[in-house]
Design a binder for this molecule. Structure first.
Ligand SMILES: Nc1ncnc2c1ncn2[C@@H]1O[C@H](COP(=O)(O)OP(=O)(O)OP(=O)(O)O)[C@@H](O)[C@H]1O
Ligand SMILES: [Mg+2]
Length: 356
């Protein structure tokens, strides 16, 4: 019988210090033997967002314990893993450096291969931890820093067909949360407030909804939320604005996902059409329900990761490490990177004077 690979994964790209031990299953899914995450949300809360230097200091303080804990919980010794994978970008350089250096040192010390991993590839592959998914598939990555439609042809073969030209969806949730006086991160709290509100109460803009393919733009929505928030004179109106904001995001994602699905259909002749949604925002139940409806309408099979694999975690990094190792795809570039697109040929679409 072929040996099943076991990897240690390490993630420190932003405000989560995480380590995980993952073993591959025979059916191409993964057995997550441990998934340890220390969130720094409380440390950053009073600043309303992540402070890079504080985050890096916290990673340094926690990383040894988190790695040891992931080994202890999985009952695996470092000598017994087949490789070490650590996030090398994109993210905050001061934070990435901590996990990357620890991962590299542990790999060198234990004479194991070291695989630097693209955090976005971790998100892109995260739904296949628990689900058998065949290539190609359409991916919507909706996180705090990214919002992209990508055709995942294979590991290491990504075609970006849409991206946000300004704010990411998670960022829009966080900014709206701040405007509504909610604690960071705003996403989960807006989801709760929205349940109590009337989603039709406020009419908010849906920038570039009928043009620019499946590219997204959300900055105008945020400006409108600022304007409408000034009119709030009751707790109920706050709920209504949260519900209206979330509903507008759903309308935008619904329309743009249909465009992306049509684009996918043009490029791929596969009978099994899978739509994978990943990243922190994929945890939102109202967004899931909306995207399941779109998938049914468009004849796609929707797949979402479990909640623990939506936000940042190291299981997805270990899993990407195993997948790359099996294909002998080693990222040999020996550095951490703040920007690292999955599709290196995709145009960079942020900034003034943009014509789309
Ligand atoms: N239930 C929810 N509804 C909406 N947004 C959510 C929910 N839960 C988490 N989020 C959002 O997800 C984001 C965090 O996701 P994630 O950890 O994947 O992003 P990140 O790692 O900061 O960014 P990136 O992966 O792009 O580098 C935050 O913006 C947060 O508000
Ligand atoms: Mg992330």
């Amino acid at each position: 019988m072929k040996k099943k690979l076991t990897f240690l994964g390490i993630e420190t790209s932003c405000d989560e210090t995480a380590a995980s031990i993952v073993r591959e299953n025979e059916d191409n899914t993964a057995d997550v033997l441990s998934n340890v995450i220390s969130s720094q949300i409380n440390e950053h809360r009073e600043f309303g967002g992540v402070v890079p230097e504080l985050a890096a200091r916290s990673h340094v303080q926690n990383i040894d314990f988190i790695v040891q804990e992931s080994l202890r919980q999985s009952k695996i010794r470092l000598e017994d893993v087949d490789g070490v994978a650590a996030t090398a970008g994109p993210g905050l350089i001061v934070c990435l450096t901590v996990g990357y250096n620890i991962g590299k040192s542990l790999a060198t010390f234990s004479e194991k291969p070291f695989l630097p991993i693209n955090h976005l590839e971790g998100h892109a592959l995260s739904p296949s931890i628990e689900n058998k998914i065949s290539f190609p598939y359409l991916l919507l990555l909706v996180s705090g820093g990214h919002s992209q439609f990508i055709i995942v042809n294979e590991i290491n073969n990504y075609k970006q067909i849409g991206t946000t030209i300004d704010d990411a969806v998670g960022e829009a949730f966080d900014k709206t949360g701040k405007i509504l006086g909610l604690e960071y991160p705003g996403g989960p709290k807006i989801e709760e407030l929205a349940k109590l509100g009337n989603k039709e109460a406020f009419k908010l803009p849906r920038p570039i909804i009928n043009r620019a393919g499946c590219h997204l733009s959300l900055a105008g929505l945020k400006t409108a939320v600022i304007r409408e928030a000034k009119k709030i004179d009751s707790e109920q109106k706050r709920y209504d604005l949260a519900a209206s904001f979330q509903n507008t995001i759903n309308e935008i994602l619904s329309k743009k996902t249909k465009v992306a699905m049509k684009e996918f259909n043009k490029n791929n002749y596969t009978r099994y059409k899978t739509f994978v949604v990943a990243g922190g925002v994929a945890a939102n139940q109202a967004i899931r329900k909306n995207l399941i409806q779109v998938s049914n309408e468009m004849n796609f099979k929707p797949v979402f990761p479990s909640k623990e694999y939506c936000g940042d975690n190291a299981a997805m990094i270990a899993w990407a490490g195993i997948k790359r190792y099996k294909k002998k795809l080693f990222n040999n570039d020996d550095s951490v990177k703040s920007r690292w697109p999955l599709d290196k040929n995709a145009p960079f679409l942020k900034g003034p004077g943009l014509k789309i």
